[in-house]
Design a protein around this ligand. Sequence first.
Ligand SMILES: Cc1cc2nc3c(=O)[nH]c(=O)nc-3n(C[C@H](O)[C@H](O)[C@H](O)COP(=O)(O)OP(=O)(O)OC[C@H]3O[C@@H](n4cnc5c(N)ncnc54)[C@H](O)[C@@H]3O)c2cc1C
Length: 498
Amino acid sequence: MIGAGMGAMAAAARLAVAGHRVAVYERTETYGGAVRRFERDGFGFDTGPGLLPLPAVYRDLFIKTGKEPLEACVELVQVDPSARHVFADGTEVSLPNASRAGVVAALDEALGAGTGDRWGDFLVRAREAWDRTRRPLLEEPLWPNWQVLAEREPYPSVPHKRLLRTRRAGTLAEVGAWELRDPRLIALLESHALAYGLDPSVTPASAAVLPYLEHAFGTWYVRGGIRELARAVYERCVARKVEFHFGAEVTGVVEKDGRATGVELADGTVAEADTVVGGGPWRLSDLVPGRELYRAEEVEPSAEGMSRGRVVVCLALRGARETGAEHRTVVHAPDRQAESDAFGVGEPPAQPTVRIDRPDDPALRPDDAHESLVLTATVPSQTLYDWTAPGAADAFADRMVTVAERAVPGLRERTLWREVRTPVDTQRETGAEGGGVPAPALAAAHGTLLHPSNSTRIPGLFTVGGWSHPGGGLAHAGMSGALVAGLIVEGPEFRGSQ
Ligand SMILES: Cc1cc2nc3c(=O)[nH]c(=O)nc-3n(C[C@H](O)[C@H](O)[C@H](O)COP(=O)(O)OP(=O)(O)OC[C@H]3O[C@@H](n4cnc5c(N)ncnc54)[C@H](O)[C@@H]3O)c2cc1C
């Protein structure tokens, strides 16, 4: 197993239970990949994901790999409201977790009568897209005839009459403009694409599954921080006798008679194996020089550095967290097209959408007279913008704090110190080129948002994690682990988890 990211560890635990001897070679000194915690002076901050979507994926992992369920290993807390949204015109709404009636009522009250039903009706259509794509996109290995997924738009858009023609929304922007018709609802919808740096005007309508996922399955916090989930998965692996080697960079995949038979490490040693599971297929091809991992007609790896990265600002605050403060707040950008255009030209957006996470968790603050708070914004990766240029990271962090102050007044005055992390840190911690962060796989768009299959052309060589099927995100990486384990244990006829 190359790397101790969440996808690889999910595969490792399952393979160990199936009777395999599993060794993980990780280039850094710790497990979890992007799922890190930054700690200083009694403050703690999640510097990767701030919430866990679809906890069922990790519940399943824990059920399949041991006696203790996930809830016995970590404390899962449903985040309610799931998020507070602060829109460009100053309107605010807090959306209750996983309650259609609650969401409809909250929107009607904050945005005006009728907006709740419009969003509620959209969620019904989004659910249909989810039902149509859930298995092929998350629960099954990528179909050999993946073109069906790539060409068919699963979102049942409402016919839209324009002049004498009837059209159907094909992009997320069209869904917003034609079906939601309220600038705040449109911002709510499009923010789900922008969070991954995807331009809503070209992102397929199938991305409607992203807000649906959040609505239907809720958002969850892991007490102590999301890093606790990585710890629990790591400990489950260790309990199942998975061997971990830290500070062990894999520099090549060893092949014999066209089959992967082991890995070569940076110190020149070779570890033999029947099967090798690598991370991002883009980088994996460098470890097998001269060999194509995928056939021309398959989904090919996309350049990691072209995916957007994140700037994360950890703020150590004096003063108590006020009671009733929302766990997550999204401060929407005034001009989403400008934000998305900035990504295209490799500039950090002038007025970014900023996500604020302020968990009410004593484990993350020195005492109750202080608070730890994390700001996250989506930005071009280090491949497209030099985050190491003097002042670049700090100037952008200042911009993010200014935006966040619209939702949390007094932030600047309360700040004791801050730690700014850029795609350069992500690159160091995950190995991803330019510190890009992969988006989840989405249907339609001619397959441009699909990720390569978990099996490669080289027998015995598989790929796992956010850069391969079914794409990025904590839950998606966990699913990739289940798929890879299934493909290795059951062989190419494996048709997915039930
Ligand atoms: C700042 C940030 C914010 C994010 N926010 C969210 C969010 O809000 N919601 C969400 O769901 N997801 C989010 N993600 C994405 C999510 O964290 C990842 O998609 C998920 O953790 C899956 O990771 P992975 O399995 O692909 O492994 P990665 O996290 O990519 O880790 C790969 C591991 O492999 C190791 N490695 C790489 N190459 C080698 C080699 N040659 N030899 C040895 N080891 C190697 C790396 O050191 C690393 O430990 C975020 C990520 C980042 C960076």
